[in-house]
Design a protein around this ligand. Sequence first.
Ligand code: NAD
Length: 367
Amino acid sequence: MMEINELETAKENGVFAGVSELGHEQIVFCNDPATGLKAIIGIHNTILGPSLGGTRMWNYANEQEALTDVLRLSRGMTYKAAISGLNLGGGKAVIIGDARTMKTEAFLRRFGKFVESLNGKYVTAEDVNMKTRDMEYISMETKHVTGLSESRGGGGDPSPVTAYGTYLGMKAAAKKAYGSDSLEGKKVAVQGVGQVGMYLTDHLKKEGAEIYITDIDQEKIKDVAARSGASVVDMDDIYDLDVDIYAPCALGATLNDSTIDRLKCRIVAGAANNQLADENVHGKQLKERNIVYAPDFLINAGGLINVYEEYLGNYNRERAYGMAEKIYDTLLDIIESSDKNDITTHDAARRLAEKRISDIGQVKLPR
Ligand code: NAD
């Protein structure tokens, strides 16, 4: 499969080049002048099953930016599903526009109709700026939707399961770095105490970790500090803290040229998507600095596991937690493979995901 940094070059050769060379199967441009809906659905890979991934609504600067986002995000979903042992492919949708003013019932139901037109090849869910209520409107036009409320038979908020998987990933990384997976007394810096970050601090508190938090939102800071007993630090200071573990739970690309040299931690393990600004360059820099990096698409898969449970029917939260527990052993395997093959943990995780897609692809071929 093509590397992300080759995308720019491919784009210069035309839209289709960028799309096909990242390995996508299908891109659907959805346009509805009556409601103002402009959306792009990216179906990256359906070898393991239907492509499942959330819909993100964002005020993109231009359409190219939206396309790039959906290409990157849908490809990430392929790896996330494959490495988590789910029978799902990778897909994602982006809606272009202002979520505060444009999301009418008609707008969302029209989007639902576009999802329905794909006949289950793409299954949607929540993502940035899309809420459970929005999924309910979408579900009026299509059954290919997850992320419904528990009262409607859905899986509800996936964040607690995401936080649990991230916590277990952190413990597996600690086992490698310290020889024990106990986080008692370990200093952990959590960047972003939104839904996932908040639940993560609950686990850390229970285990006796020393917690440091930061966020742009002062209300959240106050609530989570009171709930977890965490110390609050300024936003930019989070990279310079003398801590054992850095947990990015806010934005992507926080592991970059200007941050990696500042880190004093032994472990990076957090829930944010696309943490490495450049998958190749920054993954290697972490390895050279002897920092154990827990690949984001593996340890933050709890949310996807939760919606997969819902997609299978008869949603059961215990089962979702049970599946998320596998993250611990998978990360240990990946660390071992990274050591054995002298590659980054990110590359080891990608190899494992690609191997599963290839193996199961063989099983599915007609004999
Ligand atoms: P959220 O929006 O509830 O929380 C994000 C928090 O980060 C907010 O409190 C926000 O104020 C804060 N923030 C934003 N910019 C910041 C900055 N520069 N410095 C510090 N804090 C900042 O989102 P969430 O659902 O908790 O998800 C957190 C991350 O995990 C996101 O990157 C998301 O894509 C990823 N993720 C979430 C799930 C899930 O189940 N919710 C699943 C997989 C991945």
